[in-house]
Design a binder for this molecule. Structure first.
Ligand SMILES: Nc1nc2c(ncn2[C@@H]2O[C@H](COP(=O)(O)OP(=O)(O)OP(=O)(O)O)[C@@H](O)[C@H]2O)c(=O)[nH]1
Ligand SMILES: [Mg+2]
Length: 367
């Protein structure tokens, strides 16, 4: 899964990137247009439990690929100009599955604020609108070509279908609704997948709050943003990027103590990753053994063959049965696969079985 961090200048995007990936990319490097990319393991206590029980030679947790930076927004130089979104603003996130939108909610006289001051709600609304506009621009450009072809009676059947779907999406966008909320059939989705509409991606709002607000996150600004997010059905998470960046450099023990002292229940790293999983409707299943304990990411509702396919296409092609232990049974049995199996916790499931979050699978197959 790929996640892209976006947001206005000086909102804490790079700080958040550093916190999530435990890196130390330099902040405030003037004119930095570099794209940063990092792979982070998905924290999962069930996975840790399986590793402890199986002591495998190899450990492969689920991962998220994170990108940040590269997009240019020019700060309006004169009053009233506002921020200008370059055409490349969303270019770097076309290929991601989910967007992490950083909203500035911290006051700091040393960090240049947007025109009109810090206003989390206005900022969120602004970017959401930019997402819609970016998609509209793409659609209008394409529709112009399609219309020309139609008027010259040289439109293919595929183009006619595409034309119809784009008209539908355009109307939706013009109603200020993101592609994300438009009900499209699988076929329609397939026909326009290559556009990678930015307003069609899963979205998570990440409010970057000040150090002094940590632990008492009921400020009126956050409440207003929260109400907006709820109304738009967008998950919202608040954190302090500056602190989280420091936390990410600590040893686990030190980190726990620091978070506790600050009144932070759980590092933003863990909360954000979980939110991204949930927003994308993703779950994990595991394969366990002495050689490797591995977490696999699938979408909610994937059946046993689909899960097998994830591991290897041969497993799906020659699928016979899935040997399966639910995570709760696995935990109760103690030990690794063999112990749970001896305890009578293993079941056999067919192709159509819908894999549950945390299931432990072993695919019987023959090719
Ligand atoms: N007080 C405070 N300052 C922060 C916080 N998060 C980031 N900053 C500061 O804000 C400035 C910008 O942070 P970055 O992480 O570089 O923000 P950015 O969005 O990557 O900025 P650009 O790349 O310039 O768009 C830095 O000086 C940070 O130290 C925060 O939670 N509190
Ligand atoms: Mg930056």
């Amino acid at each position: 899964m790929k996640v892209g961090i976006i947001g206005l200048p000086q909102t804490g995007k790079t700080s958040l990137y550093n916190a999530l990936t435990r890196s130390s990319v330099e902040l405030n490097k003037f004119g930095d247009t570099e794209v940063h990319m990092g792979v982070i393991p998905v924290p999962d206590p069930r996975f840790d439990h399986a590793v402890a029980m199986c002591s495998p030679k190899k450990i492969s947790p689920a991962t998220i690929e994170l990108t940040e930076g590269g997009a240019r927004i020019e700060r309006g130089e004169r009053k009233g100009q506002g921020d200008k979104f370059g055409s490349d603003f969303f270019a770097n996130v076309r290929s991601v599955d989910a967007l992490l939108l950083v909203i500035r909610a911290f006051e700091d006289p040393l960090v240049p604020a947007p025109e009109g001051g810090v206003n989390a709600l206005r900022e969120a609304e602004k970017i959401l609108e930019e997402l819609l506009l970016a998609d509209l621009t793409v659609i209008e450009g394409r529709l112009e070509k399609l219309e020309k072809a139609r008027s010259q009676k040289r439109q293919t059947t595929a183009e006619a279908v595409e034309h119809q779907i784009l008209d539908k999406i355009k109307a939706h966008l013009e109603n200020l609704q993101p592609v994300r909320t438009l009900d499209l059939t699988d076929e329609e989705l397939k026909a326009v997948r290559s556009y990678a509409f930015v307003s069609g991606k899963s979205l998570i709002l990440a409010a970057n709050i000040g150090e002094n607000e940590v632990g008492s996150e009921d400020t009126s600004a956050l409440k207003t943003l929260g109400a907006f997010a709820a109304e738009q059905n967008i998950p919202l998470i608040s954190f302090c990027a500056k602190l989280e960046m420091e936390v990410a450099q600590m040893e686990p023990q030190e980190e726990r103590e620091f978070l506790e002292a600050m009144g932070i229940q759980e590092a933003a790293r863990d909360r954000l990753i979980r939110a991204a999983y949930a927003a994308l409707g993703l779950i994990s299943f595991f394969t366990v053994g002495e050689d490797e304990v591995r977490a696999w990411t699938i979408t909610l509702g994937t059946n046993a063959v689909g899960a097998a396919e994830k591991i290897h296409s041969d497993l799906a092609r020659g699928f016979i049965r899935a040997e399966l232990i639910s995570f709760d049974d696995f935990r109760v049995a103690g030990g690794c696969w063999d112990e749970a199996k001896s305890a009578g916790k293993m079941r056999l499931e067919g192709k159509e079985y819908i894999v549950k979050d945390g299931d432990i699978l072993h695919v019987r197959f023959k090719v």
